[in-house]
Ligand binder design. Structure first.
Ligand code: HEM
Ligand SMILES: *[C@@H]1O[C@H](CO)[C@@H](O)[C@H](O)[C@H]1NC(C)=O
Ligand SMILES: *[C@@H]1O[C@H](CO)[C@@H](O)[C@H](O)[C@H]1NC(C)=O
Ligand SMILES: *[C@@H]1O[C@H](CO)[C@@H](O)[C@H](O)[C@H]1NC(C)=O
Ligand SMILES: *[C@@H]1O[C@H](CO)[C@@H](O)[C@H](O)[C@H]1NC(C)=O
Length: 714
């Protein structure tokens, strides 16, 4: 069975013969010389920076958001971007010809490879390759982000919007004047529970992870890629400390240049698809580490069954202490997130245990079938419960995001092979960061309907298991911190959608005993500029929302207070950053984002449905579910999943909304809250395709030439 996976990612090296150009040998030599110079410059700068302690000075436990591959590619792309600028600026080489020479001179890491796809497999590859059979890299790991509108780099190539020495207001100033809670700004949503941001973050970690190197940027010599955030001595939080600079490293750039990409571009090292990648891991290697290879089960913590394993329990040679591991490196970022990972770990092992009981399947088959069900559940919760709460019903209809009701043998949707689901730059960089404003800094611990404690997010960054394991384990029979947090998340209101980001994140992000903290809001603004994200106004135009003209002309979709704050900071409405402008808008009816962010989010979620061959409601695909299975999955709610994997006695029907007469509490013991796993315990040949019965040899391997390049290692 292992062959299924390996087949999916099988790569056949293909060396593309570069036609040697005849006329401009001289130019070719020049290009080679310039690449050498840029390489020397880069390596020299890094050497000096590291001698000055750029890496060892790391003052807080940043999450490791890079891989060997991204580090290597980052070095190459920095060198090639520099060489390109030298060629066109200093040596006056024609732009087109510089690009073509640079492309031909690219190292093996950036070369084209071919993939053979087994299109009859009903299981996804871990890297997302071969989801689209004709374009096997679409939506897969390490792909460059897509753009809705061309980037707005200051020099049209790679300098941040506004320039390195910025003509735009400093990002910390934007936090202080617009995003920081000045003491009494915190408001709450009436309907949305704290599960909205919590599931939102968990889902984000399925679909986006933008790599960035771990470097200290506030030292004497800055390594390449550093673009730190400056802090004034008058700063109300950092001002009383010696801190005048916050670390910030620019996101890793993909190979430059590529077909259609003639600027700095960022990548996603997760698959774009909603495929439960944060549970299983973005590569075969990570997935293998998380498995037990017994009865389809994922590894659990040896000391605390039902919780994520410690790294050292599953990674050979790992010496970390008390650090948990999951399919996404950010799993221990904050306790509520760790709870979500634990919930789906339990759901996987619960379903796997039932399937093992009901069938004679081997480990691999149970694992893959369970993985398929888990991905379907996450898609079901996303499209049926989560998206309507953030986008509102209008956008659900306008963008065809509402799943069809299950009627007699129907309720299916259609896959569209022309849709590329790869993550859009402005979605990851700004629009889907909308959730940061909804996070409350104080998380309540609840037993039934009683508040039994609370904790500050800023006191619990990057701590692993304390809260979920034992801290409150004495609150009742079989009740752990996990249950209390989960219960709090579904009963506590979310903080309002507005410009305000709680201080636990806008001053004290990643605070620890030895680290004062950093500023998430400023990082979001700085990240947008780093990625060359066009202005807020450019996206208003893209989304057919009338553009801002002058400060005298406040649009109806921005409230008076938000407008005044914007005017206080930005010289010109055209300067407003997408993230900040997006949060300034009044929410759409029934949603939790303003119209510009909704527009970007809805486009992305439409692509993630239509362009995912394995989307759980699609018919006529190798991975399609039967009508009975689909009906069972379509009635599943996040509340049901919580009921079946925790000590909670009841939840609201829809846990994303505060309880009401329309959304009553339901007992967890009701049989309607169970998933009938026997429906999934049969080897059913997909009714419409019969593909599951095809022998592998007959499926055949087809080779596809792809235009973008990947190296298939972590
Ligand atoms: C306590 C809660 C949270 C914390 C501490 C947190 C922290 C962070 C941090 C540190 C980053 C990287 C910032 C940068 O340097 O660019 C980030 C990125 C991001 N966050 Fe959050 N976040 C939280 C909740 C959420 C929520 C609720 C959502 C959405 C509903 C969300 C969506 C995102 C997205 C889309 C990114 C970009 C990810 C990427 O492309 O790598 N986050 N967050
Ligand atoms: C609270 O809000 C009022 C009115 O908006 C404002 O005048 C006051 O300064 C605020 N208090 C703090 C501590 O920020
Ligand atoms: C397995 O089957 C036995 C006998 O029907 C049942 O008692 C047990 O609860 C089942 N276990 C699981 C995990 O479904
Ligand atoms: C949905 O479409 C209608 C009609 O075109 C439009 O008026 C409305 O603004 C749209 N709403 C959203 C949220 O897209
Ligand atoms: C949370 O932080 C606030 C402000 O620093 C502090 O007053 C409060 O005691 C903290 N709460 C808990 C539960 O630690």
């Amino acid at each position: 069975m292992k062959a299924t996976i390996v087949l999916g990612i099988l790569s056949v090296g293909l060396v593309l013969a570069h036609a040697s150009s005849s006329g401009n040998d001289e130019e070719k030599l020049l290009v080679e010389k310039v690449i050498q110079e840029s390489t020397k410059k880069y390596d020299e700068r890094m050497k000096v920076a590291f001698l000055n302690g750029a890496q060892s000075k790391r003052n807080h436990r940043e999450l490791k958001k890079s891989t060997k591959y991204t580090q290597e590619i980052g070095r190459i792309s920095s060198i090639y971007l520099d060489a390109f600028k030298e060629l066109i600026n200093k040596y006056k080489v024609d732009r087109t010809s510089a690009l073509s020479h640079l492309r031909q001179a690219q190292p093996a890491e950036c070369e084209q490879e071919e993939l053979g796809c087994d299109s009859a497999s009903k299981y996804r590859s871990f890297r997302g390759t071969c989801n689209n059979v004709a374009n096997p890299y679409w939506g897969s790991v390490n792909m460059p982000n897509l753009r809705l509108i061309p980037p707005a780099y200051d020099n049209a190539i790679d300098d941040p919007r506004g320039g390195i020495i910025s003509t735009l207001p400093p990002s910390r100033e934007i936090t202080l004047k617009i995003h920081r809670d000045s003491g009494n700004d915190s408001k709450y949503e009436n309907v949305a529970t704290h599960m909205v941001p919590q599931f939102g973050q968990f889902l984000d970690h399925d679909i986006t992870l933008t790599p960035v190197d771990n470097l200290a940027c506030c030292g004497a010599a800055q390594p390449e890629g550093c673009w730190p955030i400056s802090v004034e001595s008058t700063d109300p939080y950092y001002g009383s400390s010696p801190i005048r600079c916050l670390d910030f490293v620019r996101s890793t750039s993909v190979c430059f240049p590529q077909a259609g990409i003639e600027h700095r571009e960022q990548m996603n090292i997760h698959t774009s698809y909603i495929d439960a990648g944060m549970v299983y891991g973005p590569t075969e290697q990570i997935a293998a580490v998380l498995r037990t290879y017994r009865k389809g089960r994922l590894a659990e913590n040896a000391q605390y069954p039902g919780f994520l394993p410690y790294r050292k329990e599953v990674v050979p040679g790992d010496e970390s202490d008390g650090v948990i591991i999951a399919g996404d490196v950010r799993a221990n970022e904050m306790p509520g997130l760790t709870v979500m990972h634990s919930l789906f770990l339990r759901e996987h092992n619960r379903i796997a245990a039932s399937l093992a009981n009901l069938t004679d399947w081997d480990d691999e088959k149970i694992y893959q079938e369970t993985r398929r069900i888990i991905a379907a559940e996450i898609q079901q919760v996303t499209y049926t419960e989560f998206l309507p709460s953030i986008l509102g019903q209008d956008a659900m209809n306008n963008y065809s995001l509402a799943l069809p009701p299950v009627t007699n043998n129907n309720g299916y949707t259609k896959y569209d092979a022309t849709v590329d689901a790869t993550i859009i730059s402005s979605f990851a960089t700004a629009a889907y960061r909308f959730g940061h404003t909804l996070v409350n800094g104080l998380i309540q611990l609840m037993l039934d309907d009683q508040i039994v404690g609370s904790y500050n997010v800023s006191d619990n960054y990057l701590v692993s298991n304390q809260i979920i394991e034992n801290e409150h384990a004495d609150e009742g029979q079989g009740v752990t911190g996990y249950d209390l947090i989960l219960n709090g998340l579904i009963r506590q209101q979310a903080q309002a959608f507005d410009t305000v980001i709680h201080k636990d994140m806008s001053d004290k992000l990643f605070k620890s005993a030895t680290f004062i903290g950093t500023d998430l809001a400023a990082r979001n603004v700085q990240r947008g500029r780093d990625h060359g994200t066009p202005s807020y106004n450019a996206f208003r135009r893209f989304c057919n929302i009338p553009a801002l003209t002058t400060w005298d002309n406040k649009p109806d979709d921005i409230g008076q207070e938000a407008w005044e704050r914007l005017r206080d900071v930005y010289a010109d409405p055209e300067d407003i950053d997408l993230y900040t402008g997006g949060l300034s808008q009044i929410t759409v009816e029934g949603g939790l984002s303003g119209p510009t962010l909704v527009c970007i989010q809805a486009i992305q979620f439409q692509r993630l449905m239509q362009g995912d061959r394995f989307f759980f409601t699609h018919s006529d695909q190798a991975g399609s579910f039967t009508p009975e299975q689909l009906a069972a999955l379509r009635s599943r709610t996040l509340g049901d999943i919580i009921c079946q994997n925790s000590a909670l006695k009841s939840t609201a029907k829809n846990v994303f909304q505060i309880t009401s007469t329309e959304n009553p509490m339901e007992s967890c013991t009701a049989s309607s809250r169970e998933l009938d796993i026997s429906l999934f315990a049969k080897d059913i040949v997909s009714p419409s395709t019969g593909a599951a019965s095809l022998p592998y040899a007959a499926a055949g391997l087809t080779l596809y030439i792809v235009t973008l390049t990947l190296r298939l290692f972590i």
